[in-house]
Ligand binder design. Sequence first.
Ligand code: C2E
Ligand code: MG
Ligand code: MG
Ligand code: MG
Length: 287
Amino acid sequence: EAKAGGKATWARFEPRMRNEVVSHARLGSELHNAIIRHELYLRYQPVFDIVTGRIAGAEALVRWRHPVRGNVPPGDFIGVAERSGLIVPLGSWVLREACEQLNAWQAEYGSASIQSINVNVAARQLREAGFVDEVAAVLSDARLMPANLVLEVTESSVLDGRQVRETLQALHEMGVRLALDDFGTGQSSLSLLRAFPVDVLKLDKSFVDGICDGEDRGRLAVAAAVAQLAEYLDLYAVAEGIETAAQMEKLRTMGYRLGQGYHMAEPLLPDEMAAMMAAAARAVAAA
Ligand code: C2E
Ligand code: MG
Ligand code: MG
Ligand code: MG
């Protein structure tokens, strides 16, 4: 009876599990083709100075336009790409594309262009022996200074051992800036800040979500503490996922200078970014 029950349970779950494995495997091979077939593109979410309202930079976010499935969100394929190792060529493409785009904007809009671009980097990429050389080559090909590039890494990927630590140190010595993404959600935030050459803390959206909820003192406390920490350690603090004017105002009073979120702008197509910079250039010319 128990055996039959076990069997029935297995029979009930097995097809679903197999489908999941097959669809991940298929997604993986399709992703491999996506890179070759140019189905990937980037959107750019502006980072704003929330005191002056000026655009301060942008984060490159990868998108996949699948010929049959339509737009596949990164949440559905970045994990697959990490497990299969495809994140390495995918990440290389993102880095190069974002840097070339920034170079094109700087050439077109000069001082009205954004001056830095944020690129998300997975742990797997940091473990590649040639990563530092690759970054140097991409910057040089795109005629950018290292300070024009901000690499976003998560706390868990930073804790990935000695080689990753050396890689981050080498990037820092080169002048590339490092941001800790989803800050506050990891395990050992505070000790990390002493051990790694971090420049930017990106307060995770989950804390921003709670700051205007009078009942939720915990998330408010984390948001306020991160702003203080950044000030004492001379780091930039960026609040992400700002969806309302009230959240932006609250963050400003806490000391946040930089923010990202749908309230100000969603991730934009290059043309939409260009329109913002063109408007900024006209404002400068008119002044
Ligand atoms: P992330 O780096 O923390 O990026 C922020 C995510 O929050 C983006 O989702 C962005 O579109 C979304 N977002 C921004 N403002 C708001 C808001 O006000 N409300 C809400 N609900 N969401 C907001 P996206 O583009 O879907 O990317 C999800 C994650 O996928 C990223 O989180 C990052 O971890 C990963 N990812 C995206 N592009 C890349 C990439 O090129 N390489 C790597 N390794 N990971 C990437
Ligand atoms: Mg990010
Ligand atoms: Mg983030
Ligand atoms: Mg995130």
